[in-house]
Design a protein around this ligand. Structure first.
Ligand code: DTR
Ligand code: ZN
Ligand code: ZN
Length: 327
């Protein structure tokens, strides 16, 4: 029944162009003696309208708090309260981790939410920084990653599939002041806890208005499901060279944990070859409002945001949701 659903949703997804990608769709039907499918269950579509609704909440929070969500401000603490309350309402147990060393004085906490099913010895983490800079509301940087992740967590809870592995979500504090929240988190883990994290996926600026389709460490096996999804949409993704070492995947990478993630780019300029394949303006920044007051709700590329949100779901389902077994 699940498998029929997966196949049916695949054709529907292709027809709608929303690209749900079940790994087993290409497998021949008559494979009774072969190994079980790795994952026959397709990820659901993540509703980009709902992702945008989370962004609107974060925008309103900035508006009530002097126009920004910097880690040391009430705008950040209200952002934490919004994400936390929304997750709790969906059934998550959510932990605030105060950053007690290495963070800016007065920085708010990291927020960690784990879906309590699947093998706790195999953890797949998905993270985004929730803080912004003081110049503006931080809608692309990084309301986009934060909101895409939140709607994925809600979608997982709502679907409640049988789980093979553990999924843990994180919203980081104080990234803009030096990757401090994520670095504190990685340092707070014992070596055993670190060794259980099979991969960490980062989402920082996934809705740049003149963006490209970038994947961190694109040739690694951790990146494979992220790349497979964007490949299935024909996006021809490239390595995220601009963002290397500049976001919250870096402390995980330094600790020897496989990392990947999506990004659409910051202040670097789009090349003419990139404009030819992705559209947009060659010679202009991927995000012309990077760290500026104009990083508002109008500075959000909804198409890119949708493709990131759906690719996160694809990766999460591939890595952690149970496969359907064959006879
Ligand atoms: N961590 C980003 C910095 C950043 C710079 N270039 C890129 C490219 C892709 C993603 C992120 C970045 C920030 O928060 O400002
Ligand atoms: Zn950022
Ligand atoms: Zn930034």
């Amino acid at each position: 029944m699940r498998r029929r659903f997966a196949v049916a949703s695949f054709s529907l997804a292709v027809a709608l162009g929303c690209g749900t990608l079940p790994a087993a769709a290409a497998a021949p039907a008559n494979t009774a003696r072969s190994a079980p499918a790795v994952n026959a269950l397709a990820a659901p579509d993540v509703d980009v309208t709902k992702v945008r609704a989370h962004l609107s909440e974060l925008s309103a929070i900035a508006g009530r708090n002097g126009g920004n969500r910097r880690s040391t401000t009430q705008g950040y603490r209200d952002s934490v309260a919004y994400v936390k309350g929304t997750l709790q309402a969906a059934g998550y147990t959510v932990t605030e981790q105060p950053c007690t060393s290495g963070c800016t004085s007065g920085a708010g906490p990291n927020l960690i939410a784990e879906w309590p099913q699947g093998d706790a010895n195999n953890v797949y983490m998905f993270g985004a920084h929730l803080d912004g800079v003081s110049a503006g509301p931080g809608m692309n940087d990084n309301g986009s990653g934060s909101a895409a992740l939140l709607e994925n967590a809600l979608t997982l809870a709502q679907q409640n599939p049988a789980m093979r592995n553990r999924v843990r979500f994180a919203w980081w504090t104080d990234e803009e002041q030096g990757l401090n929240g994520s670095e504190f988190y990685v340092r707070s883990l014992s070596s055993t806890q670190r060794s259980r994290i099979r991969a960490y996926y980062n989402f920082d600026m996934v809705a740049s208005t003149n963006g490209g389709y970038f994947i961190n460490r694109i040739t690694t096996s951790a990146a494979a499901p992220m790349k497979a999804y964007w490949d299935s949409l024909g996006l021809q993704p490239e390595e995220n060279t601009e963002g290397a070492g500049r976001s919250d995947d870096y402390p995980f990478q330094q600790a020897g944990i496989p990392t990947s993630g999506y990004a659409m780019g910051a202040s670097a300029r789009k090349t003419s070859a990139q404009a030819a394949k992705w559209g947009g303006t060659a010679g202009s920044a991927y995000d012309p409002c990077y760290h500026r007051s104009c990083d508002t709700l109008t500075n959000v590329n909804t198409t890119g945001l949708n493709r990131a949100a759906d690719g996160i779901a694809h990766t999460l389902w591939q890595q952690a949701v149970s496969s359907t077994t064959r006879d």
